[in-house]
Design a protein around this ligand. Structure first.
Ligand code: NAG
Ligand code: NAG
Ligand code: NAG
Ligand code: NAG
Ligand code: NAG
Ligand code: NAG
Ligand code: NAG
Length: 415
């Protein structure tokens, strides 16, 4: 499955990088310990092999001072000048000078630490990756992070960060992978988020609201997970601005309404499309039949109606087609028996006369009497359309809060 592949790709790449960083750090740290103690014995010189590591020491000590709980003792060995030996700190030569080592990575995934990020983190100007998944860091991101010009992976997932979208991340020139999921960020997403050349954007499970801006020309992201936020509004035709790169679009539980625009079918690289648990109405756009790479299609828990078109059911890569809890009234051709085509499906709670576990005749009658005309449908309450327009859609009640994750790429963290 695409999302599994994608996240396992990211995690194995990380493991390789970290193993590389940690082995080079051990070798170099060993040499540097020697030279440091050597210097110390004979001359009263700085215990730091280079000024970068001295700055790192200042930064890490400042960080340790604003850590109020560290139940797994990640930072208890953060003492003394040997910063490359600190748990969770990885050193390597920076790209601009292969003869020195600097702090290149911080990995405190799963440390359950409570604390803040201090301004001094700006001194760690050679960081390539920061992984803080599953901690209790709170507050906002320091503006000094803009100093991290080499940072390409920033994972702040599953913490307690608050406030508006952290604009400082937009000033990081090397950033490729941005993971803000499972925090308490709120307010709108800025347009610049989609014009930056990011490969993966995870903003799911926050409190983002309002519109996603539509005034961007194209995005280079291959994975965008918007799920479990309260955006509201409609899916604008401008979603096609993602066409050249987007492989996974997860919009579950984002309070979207209106019809699915035919432009969804322009996202020709899509492997995963999940619009479940929203208030979408109207038919399945026939253009979805053009998504030749589509593996997972989830339309469940909406108010969609009409025919389930054969063109979708014969998509060559389709593995799982979930369209339960809608008002579909007919399955065309082989859509009636997807099992015989090796496709996992769920068609429960629709209005399919021949199938078991359908809605009552009364419910179905009511839906049939009010067919949706997508051409004339106006997105409730909104004038300024975003990629997700604006509206007054009611958040859909769905799974219990502790429901299992819908997709591996929505999971908080990957180690
Ligand atoms: C740092 O790590 C190196 C290599 O693992 C080790 O030889 C050295 O004793 C360590 N230094 C300290 C202060 O723990
Ligand atoms: C952390 O250190 C404290 C004090 O040294 C100790 O009591 C506790 O068991 C340690 N916790 C873990 C998870 O190692
Ligand atoms: C940014 O990094 C440079 C180089 O390490 C350092 O001298 C400077 O103090 C840093 N600025 C901030 C705001 O941390
Ligand atoms: C779609 O994006 C273009 C710029 O690419 C913008 O001019 C237009 O207003 C947007 N349309 C909507 C409905 O937001
Ligand atoms: C759906 O999104 C809302 C935020 O808009 C969130 O409060 C709720 O927990 C989400 N539901 C699930 C099952 O994640
Ligand atoms: C098919 O997709 C649905 C919705 O995403 C999911 O709940 C279900 O577990 C999937 N089934 C299989 C066999 O992958
Ligand atoms: C679906 O197809 C399979 C194999 O082709 C067949 O065994 C099964 O009876 C069919 N089911 C229905 C409901 O037609």
């Amino acid at each position: 499955m695409a999302s599994t592949l994608c996240s396992s790709f990211i995690s194995s790449a990380l493991i390789i990088l970290l193993v590389h960083l940690s082995s080079s750090s051990n070798n170099l740290a060993a040499k540097h310990t020697y030279s440091a103690s050597h210097h110390h014995r004979h001359h009263n010189r700085s215990p730091f092999p280079n000024p970068k590591l001295q700055k790192a020491y200042i930064a890490l000590q400042a960080w340790k001072r604003v850590i109020y709980s560290d139940p797994r003792n990640f930072t208890s060995n953060w003492v003394g000048p040997e910063v490359c030996n600190y748990t969770g700190v990885f050193c390597a030569p920076p790209p601009y000078d292969k003869k020195i080592i600097v702090v290149a990575g911080i990995d405190l995934n799963g440390a359950d630490i409570a604390g803040f990020l201090p301004d001094e983190l700006g001194l760690l100007s050679d960081l390539a990756l920061i992984h803080l998944n599953s901690n209790r860091f709170c507050g906002i991101l320091p503006q000094t992070l803009s100093n991290l010009s080499l940072l390409f992976e920033l994972d702040l997932s599953n913490n307690r960060f608050v406030g508006p979208f952290p604009y400082v991340v937009l000033s990081l020139p090397s950033l490729q992978f941005l993971d803000l999921r499972y925090n308490e960020f709120e307010g709108p997403l800025p347009p610049q988020l989609f014009t930056k050349s990011l490969d993966a954007i995870f903003v799911n499970n926050n409190r983002f609201s309002n519109v996603i801006p539509s005034n961007f020309v194209g995005s280079s992201a291959s994975v965008v997970v918007f799920a479990n936020n309260n955006f509201g509004g409609c899916l604008s035709p401008n979603i096609s601005n993602f066409a050249n790169t987007l492989e996974e679009l997860l919009l579950t539980n984002t309070s979207l309404s209106g019809c699915l625009p035919p432009e969804v079918g322009y996202l020709y690289k899509l492997k995963v499309l999940d619009v479940s648990n929203n208030n979408f109405v109207g038919p399945i756009p026939y253009s979805i039949a053009g998504l030749a790479h589509l593996e997972q299609l989830n339309l469940a828990h909406n108010m969609m109606s009409g025919i389930v078109p054969m063109g979708v059911c014969i998509l060559p890569k389709l593995e799982n087609f979930t369209f339960s809890y809608n008002f579909f009234c007919e399955e065309e051709g082989i859509c009636q028996n997807l099992t015989s085509h090796g496709i996992v499906f769920d068609d429960r709670r629709n209005c399919l006369p021949e199938k078991p576990n359908q809605r009552s005749q009364k419910e179905c009658q009511a839906a049939l009497e009010h067919p949706v005309d997508c051409f004339h449908y106006h997105c409730g309450g909104g004038s300024s359309g975003g990629v997700l327009g604006s509206s007054t859609a009611i958040p859909s009640a769905m799974m219990p809060a502790a429901a299992p994750l819908l997709s591996p790429s929505m999971a908080p963290g990957y180690v």
